[in-house]
Design a protein around this ligand. Structure first.
Ligand code: HEC
Ligand code: HEC
Length: 297
């Protein structure tokens, strides 16, 4: 907090407390101490229920003073007056850190035991998968869905199709380092609208959505020239680059004419964020095994 705001907040807080003390003391002195008939304020309910102008009882006033004293004590002990950190040295960050530390100390041995296991074994271990499922629910559902079936642009993790590979090392890398898919736009390179149309149909022919015909010979040549570097000459894809297999019926973005056209014309840049720092090695491995187990059911 800059110095100006520190003093602004501190002065405001202190002046306000002094004002509270003054207000309570002042109102304690108001009103007649010996109540006489003429001190009725004139309000009348139910015929004979009248309001007197009496001061508040002493014990009630003391409650106000106790509350103010409590507030002052609190502001001395804890942060609250501008930049002043409080005598107890408490802070939100420290409390959070301490809680995280306590949780880590409690759970880390469990994570460690699981992470030491063989990957294949871990993927079949019911307790490890239960833990994996709860980690998944906390960190992954926002993008991949609570059932892990994904959505457009977010891969389905329950199928056996792996854009970035399904080995232990590959899945762990995907989770810890994240992945950045780079598929550049191709409309200009392909040359014409017709060439893009033909490429759309050629891509569809790879998975049998449309029949291949002689009209696609040009597109095939272009595919082998421009696309094969990543998607491989037969379109089976390359997990090293995250280039999807175009010959199966699994589509990250979709297989309709319009969607494939958009993919080719504008390119795609799917991004899986890195989670290594957040999760650490042990939890990343447990999650990787859990995600792998989903594809094996
Ligand atoms: C530099 C490597 C590279 C080249 C070259 C490349 N692609 Fe891709 N392509 C990718 C990557 C990576 C993805 C995944 C994009 C993502 O996950 O966001 C992809 C995705 C696609 C998809 C979407 C698949 C789906 O499941 O929805 C299609 C279709 C596609 N590419 C067609 C082509 C065609 C046609 C060409 C040639 C004109 C081509 N690509 C050239 C890397 C490449
Ligand atoms: C902010 C959204 C987001 C979050 C959160 C997220 N992912 Fe992803 N994930 C993606 C996207 C997008 C891709 C596809 C990247 C691409 O296009 O290549 C992906 C890809 C993957 C893949 C690769 C799938 C394949 O076929 O190779 C795995 C595995 C994966 N995520 C697991 C996880 C796990 C486990 C978590 C939880 C720790 C997680 N993701 C959290 C967005 C997310």
């Amino acid at each position: 907090m800059p110095a100006f705001w520190h003093w602004f907040v501190a002065a405001g807080t202190i002046v306000f407390i002094i004002w509270c003390v003054w207000l309570v003391s002042w109102s304690a002195k108001q009103g007649p101490q010996n109540v006489a008939d003429e001190d009725l304020v004139g309000h009348k309910w139910d015929g004979d229920l009248e309001e007197w102008n009496n001061p508040a009882p002493k014990w009630w006033l003391y409650l106000y003073f106790i509350t103010i004293a409590w507030g002052v004590g609190f502001l001395i002990a804890y942060p609250g007056v501008g930049n002043f950190e409080g005598m107890l040295g408490w802070s939100q960050e420290d409390q959070y850190e301490a809680e995280m530390q306590a949780a880590a100390e409690r759970y880390e041995p469990i994570y460690e035991t699981f992470a030491a296991m063989d990957f294949g074994e871990l993927a079949m271990h019911p307790d490890a998968n239960k833990l994996g499922a709860s980690l998944y629910a906390s960190y992954c559902t926002t993008c991949h869905g609570s059932d892990a079936r994904g959505a457009t642009g977010y891969p389905n993790l329950t199928d056996s199709d792996w854009q970035w590979g399904s080995s232990e090392a590959q899945i762990v890398t995907t989770i810890t380092n994240g992945r950045n898919a780079v598929m550049t736009p191709w409309a200009q390179v392909l040359g014409s609208d017709e060439a893009v149309d033909n490429m759309v149909r050629y891509v569809q022919s790879l998975s049998g959505i449309v029949e291949a015909d002689d009209g696609l010979a040009g597109a095939e040549t272009q595919f082998k020239t421009f696309c094969a570097a990543c998607h491989m000459p037969t379109g089976t894809g390359n997990p090293m680059l995250g280039a999807p297999n175009l010959t199966d019926d699994v589509w990250l973005y979709g297989s309709s004419d319009e969607v494939i056209r958009e993919t080719i014309e504008k390119g795609r840049n799917g991004m899986m964020p890195a989670h290594g720092e957040l999760l650490g090695d042990n939890r990343s491995k447990i999650l990787a095994a859990y995600v792998y187990s989903l594809s094996q059911q």
